[in-house]
Design a protein around this ligand. Structure first.
Ligand code: DC
Length: 220
């Protein structure tokens, strides 16, 4: 198939971005980390002291925000913020920012624009339901909250950030709840998505499961 879209959705910490990165490399795809785009907008709100619970305040500054992804670096208004967007401070507020309709409209437009005419894998929450309802393959990745919290703690540690398991678990459960109950594009498995539970799989097994799906469904 010349161009195709793979939608990889699922809750926080289900392994989407780790898996998507490897799949993109192995299959020669463009990888779009849509969560990172929401994180950049959330970081802007923090840096500029915008009350992100005030929809009007957020909407009024959206035109001042440019987000780019260049060579796997995340660029907010011409500044590389790849590290800043992964801090616990941003993680804590990103759900609230991503629930705002105007934010979603801006970023969904951008996601469709970047994906045009390419072979792409996008990871996120609403790729198969809203951004690309006609995606060629939709995968919904899940894992138990405890397993996801364990992975997050390890990931933080590898970057020198120490966070308690209980704190991370609480944050993950809160984020699951906000992401799946929000009015705008809630986290939800698309009817035609294939569910893959990675609770008892390591990264290699998860990558193999998704690669098999790509080969079977897309035939590459
Ligand atoms: O995948 P992540 O943890 O980097 O995502 C950060 C937040 O962005 C998450 O709380 C939900 C939101 N998000 C979203 O609403 N829609 C997407 N397509 C991707 C992420």
């Amino acid at each position: 198939m010349e161009n195709y879209i793979i939608a990889l959705d699922g809750p926080a910490g289900s392994g989407k971005s780790t898996i998507a990165k490897v799949i993109a490399k192995n299959f020669g795809l463009t990888y779009l980390d849509t969560g990172a785009m929401y994180r950049m907008v959330a970081l802007y709100m923090l840096q500029n002291n915008i009350n992100f619970f005030d929809e009007n305040a957020v909407e009024s500054v959206l035109d001042n925000i440019t987000v780019d992804i260049i060579d796997e670096k995340f660029i907010l208004n011409n500044e590389d913020v790849s590290i800043e967007i992964r801090t616990p401070e941003v993680t804590k507020i990103v759900s609230a920012v991503s629930a705002i309709k105007a934010v979603r409209i801006k970023l969904v437009d951008l996601q469709r624009y970047i994906s045009k005419g390419k072979k792409v894998i996008l990871d996120g929450r609403d790729i198969g339901t809203v951004v690309f309802p006609n995606a060629d393959l939709k995968v919904f990745l899940i894992a138990s909250a405890e397993e996801r919290a364990k992975r997050r703690v390890k990931d933080y540690l590898s970057r020198g950030i120490i966070e308690e398991f209980e704190t991370v678990l609480k944050d993950i459960l809160e984020r699951d709840n906000t992401d799946s109950t929000r009015k705008e594009s809630p986290l939800k498995k698309a009817e035609d998505a294939v569910e893959v539970d990675t609770s008892f799989m390591n990264i290699e097994e998860s990558i193999k499961a998704i690669s098999d799906l790509i080969q079977n469904k897309i035939g590459v």
